[in-house]
Ligand binder design. Structure first.
Ligand SMILES: *Cc1c(COP(=O)(O)O)cnc(C)c1O
Length: 400
């Protein structure tokens, strides 16, 4: 194998998140893991300064940790208005762990059917993993002509096998920039099927109608909106728990019933990460809860889409249907994907402390940059990007 050592490539072009010497502050638009709100990051730092043991050193069975765990769960329940007939679990293995945990918990037999709505990178990945453990039927959300993933398919009765153990969707396709601002309602004849939602990248950004939408399981890896990698929250409707519900092959660490019965302490949970989620939920509560957070999220996304839509085509975004545009992850290209201008944009913005617009993903570089506007990004942060984009467009659209 040949390895080429590139020494003169600008750090911005390889996804560097460092601060350029010229930049006073750094604004992280990365798709995750990413920054948490400044107040939360301060709270984390303070927790290391107080006397006694931090959650990094506490036994998970110590009363001090039990208090942290109870606090995180009760605050999450309040902020996200989670009804009492749902269990809140903290699991290992990230979003990908849940891709496997879902069929292993909800399908007792490998011949059991699960329906997957595939309208982007993450739902495809969830579906592909589930195929190892159950019999998957797919509702394909790609455009029949172009094959592109730019929409969310209508959920019609005839596409959903009534025998499905669950119907799976991703409420925010992080890579593709497609979001369901509200969960869909299943057709009446299919409402007995529990809805399973990957909310990894939009959890806490809008209210969830748990009962009305028929949510059976909703999970979110922590590293986008609520904390750090190493922890995934899974919220499970209690009627889906039970002794013989899961596949006999479901590993203990993934088994919802086992972990629920053990009060999240069947094995050692990610103790510090659980405390951080608690700090984040405290912050959300102080900032007015989930509805206020949704208003902030709408305002941040609007500011950015406005620049794109008013740029006379200098900037482009793939999702035309505004009601499906993600407020969390906003893909945009420059002059139709002009490589030279894109690199110039990346370098100039990076030098002003704007980072994370191009991270290296397993899905390739592509034409689009992406601004992720999670809880750690403020309206002021968005204004900095918006001002930069307006200026860059003015300076670089001559002769077009
Ligand atoms: C990031 C992400 C995942 C992957 O989570 P890991 O913790 O890396 O396994 C899954 N689904 C969505 C929607 C994501 O954005």
């Amino acid at each position: 194998m040949e390895t080429e050592i590139i020494t003169d490539i600008h750090p911005a072009l390889v996804g560097s998140l460092s601060k350029a010497a010229a930049a006073e502050t750094i604004i992280n638009f990365g798709p995750g893991p990413t920054s948490l709100p400044k107040e939360v990051e301060r709270k984390i730092a303070e927790s290391f300064d107080k006397p006694g043991l931090t959650s990094l050193a506490l036994s998970h069975r110590a009363p001090e940790f039990q208090e942290i765990l109870d606090h995180t769960i009760s605050t999450t329940r309040r902020v996200m208005e989670i009804p009492d007939n749902y269990e809140v679990l903290f699991t290992h293995g990230g979003g990908h762990g849940q891709f496997a945990a879902l069929p292993l918990n909800l399908c007792h037999n490998q011949s059991d059917i699960a329906t997957y709505v595939v309208n982007g990178t993450w739902s495809a990945r969830g579906r592909d993993e589930a195929q190892k453990y159950c019999c998957v039927e797919t509702i394909d959300g790609s455009d029949p002509d172009t094959g592109k993933l730019t929409t969310f398919p209508e959920l019609v009765e005839t596409d959903i096998n009534p025998e499905s153990k669950y119907i799976y969707l991703c409420s925010n396709e992080t890579v593709n920039g497609i979001e369901l601002h509200r969960l869909p309602k299943l057709p009446d004849s299919r409402r007995h099927i529990p809805l399973v939602v990957d909310a990894s990248s939009d959890f806490t950004s809008k209210p969830i109608d748990w009962l009305g939408s028929g949510v059976g399981v909703l999970f979110a890896c922590a590293s986008k909106n609520i904390g750090h990698p190493g922890l995934t929250m899974a919220v499970i409707r209690k009627d889906l728990l039970g002794k013989d519900k899961a596949s006999p092959l479901c590993p203990g660490v993934f088994n919802y019933t086992t972990n629920s019965e053990a009060g999240n302490l069947w094995n050692t949970p990610a103790t510090f990460n659980i405390e951080v989620v608690g700090f984040l939920m405290d912050w959300l509560e102080r900032e007015g809860g989930v509805s206020a957070n949704e208003s902030r999220s709408i305002a941040k996304a609007h500011a950015l889409y406005d620049v794109i839509d008013n740029s006379l085509g200098f900037y482009g975004t793939p999702i035309e249907n505004k009601s499906l545009r993600s407020r969390m992850n906003i893909p945009f290209n420059i002059n139709g994907g002009d490589e030279e201008l894109t690199n110039k944009f990346l370098i100039e913005s990076w030098e002003q402390g704007i980072v994370g617009l191009r991270t290296l993903t397993p899905f390739g570089v592509g034409d689009y940059l992406r601004a992720s506007l999670y809880n750690g990004v403020t309206q002021e942060n968005v204004s900095v990007l918006v001002d930069f984009m307006v200026r860059f467009a003015e300076e670089n659209s001559s002769g077009r």
